[in-house]
Design a protein around this ligand. Structure first.
Ligand code: PEP
Ligand code: MN
Length: 340
């Protein structure tokens, strides 16, 4: 951390800041410049943050040097990428590509089993399906709840695919933990810190989606909430953000993928379905995600998208999934990855 003094700061003010920093045990270096003096604090930035230095006489600004996220950072904690083994599928690490596919929402046993079987045969690594759905309107279909979790368990038994489903509310945590292999935190809940802590304590891998209007710094600090509970299995997901552009449902921030890979050790996947909102864009965006180095994709698939209760326009046809998967896998292979 660096404390930059104002050009008019007096020696006494510089000394007062130095003395205050020293109370926390950090190593203090005073650097007089031509115009202003900067004071460097080397050591525990947490204790320093509590000092209220910004309010002291003669202080212009306090500039943090280390990044605000700790456990998710590749800088401070791990240096090796995190590699997860989920039901025999490898996520992260650079040699596999994980294809999570399935309906937006579990609508019935027949629908879910049909889609699950199609995506399994097409090469999917895991099955997705919403049981508790976060809907913009309180009058929209909110999912079948616990009944859907049981259907997902049935689909896992039938196909062998591990199941990814969203934890919407701390009250559902036990039921989700009982049935899910991966606990999804939806974009709308990325900054629901109580929910993140509960997810962290479930002992299951967490798929953390980027918030609709969240920065990558905020995403990694949200990941810290899960990681600090002792859960090291976190997968980050770029799913599109709000921008001035309204042609697509959200703007898929593909630059986020290499940025996150650079600054975090956690696996990164992409959701082209919610970003695009239009199935015609899903395949090109999936190819791009593979090409930019994502560890996988989470994609919506339905056997009859026209009749889907949620997100039909962006769902791939189950009958087209195998061809889609081959096409995306070919792009992942260019980077030395094979389907997980
Ligand atoms: C979903 O995956 O079904 C979903 C609701 O996604 P998001 O939280 O990214 O909107
Ligand atoms: Mn959806």
């Amino acid at each position: 951390m660096m404390v930059v003094m104002t050009p008019k700061a007096t020696e006494a003010e510089i000394e007062a800041v130095t003395a205050k920093l020293e109370t926390t045990g950090v190593h203090v270096v005073v650097m007089p410049g031509e115009l202003t003096t900067a004071i460097g604090a080397i050591g525990d930035p947490e204790g320093v943050a509590e000092l209220g230095l910004e309010g002291m006489a003669g202080v212009d600004r306090v500039v943090p040097i280390s990044r605000p996220y700790k456990l998710a950072s590749s800088e401070l904690s791990h240096h090796e990428p995190t590699v997860l083994e989920i039901g025999g599928r490898t996520v992260g690490g650079g040699s596999t590509f994980c294809l999570v596919a399935g309906p937006c929402t579990v609508e019935s046993a027949a629908q879910t089993l049909e889609v699950a079987s199609a995506v399994e045969q097409g090469g999917a690594s895991m099955l997705r399906g919403g049981a508790f759905k976060p809907r913009t309107s309180p009058f929209a279909f909110k999912g079948l709840g616990v009944e859907a979790l049981e259907i997902l368990a049935e689909a896992r038994a039938a196909t062998g695919l591990p199941v990814v489903t969203e934890l919407l509310d701390t009250g559902h945590a036990e039921a989700i933990a009982e049935h899910a292999d991966v606990v999804q935190i939806g974009a709308r809940n990325m900054q629901n810190y109580a929910l993140l802590e509960v997810a962290g304590r479930l002992g299951k891998p967490t798929l953390l989606k980027r918030g609709l209007s969240s920065s990558l710094d905020e995403l990694l600090q949200a990941a810290d909430y899960v990681l600090k509970e002792g859960n090291e299995a976190v997968i980050l997901c770029e799913r599109g953000i709000r921008t001035f552009e309204t042609a697509t449902r959200f703007t898929l921030d593909l630059g986020a993928v290499p940025w996150l890979k650079l600054h975090s050790h956690l696996p990164v996947i992409v959701d082209p379905s919610h970003a695009a909102g239009d199935r015609r864009l899903v395949e090109p965006l999936s190819r791009a995600a593979a090409a930019v180095g994502a560890d996988g994709i989470i994609v919506e698939v339905h056997q009859d998208p026209e009749a889907a209760l949620c997100d039909g326009p962006q769902a791939l046809y189950a009958s087209d999934f195998a061809r889609y998967a081959r096409d995306v896998a070919a792009h992942a292979e260019l980077l030395g990855r094979s389907l997980a």
